[in-house]
Write a protein that binds this ligand. Structure first.
Ligand SMILES: [Zn+2]
Length: 351
């Protein structure tokens, strides 16, 4: 008897990483299965090629959070999902090697289908994860598959994904220089390095206990116009519309920037900034890349405002140019008079 292949059979084969074009020649195809195969033959359609990059080789119909347990499990154990798991392990290793995570800190999430997210487990160093450690959850944080328990901070990633439909992946960690800004409650100043202006849009979310829905809510409130959120007294979370590596890149860019700004502010010279017109050019590039930024549409005179930025203590570089060394140190008579007036007032007030 000839084998009858339905659309469901083809989808099952794809989920298990099999090549649907290696069907027995005598197999009978149902009409919907025939249409499906024809669609796969369309140039540019990557869906049926196992082993190719993870996003493009996802099964034709990834399960949703409402799919059967068997379908969700098959998807979780399929070769395309395995590729994504390897990618998460790789990003985890890079976070650890760069000292962006400590202890069991940090977490990574990828949206893999409608209402389902692949994420890192709790209580594990992100530098040493194996694909079998990862978890699949729905958007409410209920664990669908995985032997290890999902991270408690997943709620924040899920809130981001619910509020920002373009977010396909998110990364959270504690990089020291960026976290220092988050601890001080200072937004990194702007108009200093092009890479930072183009790829990151930073805001600060107030502190709440990590892993609580309230924390997630405060972060989610900012993801409409920002892709990089400093979490006060905690760390950083980034999201990307391109993929998990892109979300990780934002972390590298932010951390390198915060480090550079801190070093520059200790050199004893005022830091130099680009002009608002120069920033405007970068913002055009950013807009074309589809990256959000609250400054789009602002007038040039409103850009490069670093009023909040207070560089730390700096040691003045001695002015050795001939003639004006002592003049620079000479007291300003006007300032002297002002100090005297204030002092007199304090003394008389104290009697
Ligand atoms: Zn954390």
């Amino acid at each position: 008897m000839k084998q009858v292949i339905s659309l469901r059979d083809l989808e099952e084969m794809l989920r298990n990483g099999k090549d649907v074009r290696s069907l027995p020649a005598e197999a009978l195809l149902t009409p919907s299965a025939r249409d499906f195969l024809r669609e796969l033959e369309t140039p540019g359609n990557q869906r049926a090629r196992p082993g190719e990059s993870a996003r493009s080789s996802n099964p034709a119909t990834p399960p949703t959070s409402r799919s059967s347990k068997a379908d969700i499990e098959a998807f979780f154990n399929s070769p395309p999902t395995h590729e994504l798991k390897l990618q998460i392990c790789d990003i985890g290793r890079r976070l650890w090697q760069r000292a962006y995570v400590d202890g069991n800190g940090g977490n990574i999430a990828i949206r893999v289908g409608e209402g389902i997210v692949l994420c890192t487990p709790t209580l594990i160093s992100k530098g040493f994860m194996k694909p079998e450690d990862l978890c699949l959850v729905d958007l409410e944080g209920n664990q669908l598959v995985g032997t290890k328990k999902r991270t408690s901070e997943i709620l924040m990633h899920l809130q981001i994904m619910k509020r920002q439909p373009r977010a396909v992946a998110s990364v959270h960690c504690h990089p020291p220089y960026s976290t220092a800004f988050a601890v001080a409650g200072v937004e990194p100043p702007t108009c200093m390095i092009p890479e930072f202006e183009v790829f990151a849009s930073v805001a600060i979310a107030p502190y709440r206990t990590p892993g609580t829905p309230e924390m997630g809510q405060l972060v989610a409130d900012l993801v409409d116009k920002h892709n990089t959120i400093l979490m006060a007294n905690h760390g950083v979370v980034t999201w990307s519309h391109n993929g998990v590596e892109d979300a990780y890149f934002k972390m590298e860019i932010l951390e390198a920037y915060c480090r550079t700004v801190l070093v520059a502010s200790q050199l004893g010279k005022p830091v130099q900034t680009m002009t608002p017109a120069q920033l405007q050019d970068l913002l055009k590039i950013k807009q074309n890349l589809g990256i959000p930024d609250p400054r789009f549409g602002l007038k040039e005179c409103e850009l490069c405002d670093n009023a909040e930025w207070r560089p730390g203590v700096t040691c003045a570089v001695p002015d050795n140019s001939a003639g004006n060394g002592s003049a620079a140190a000479a007291p300003d008579p006007e300032a002297e008079a002002l100090v005297k007036a204030i002092t007199d007032q304090i003394i008389s007030g104290g009697r």
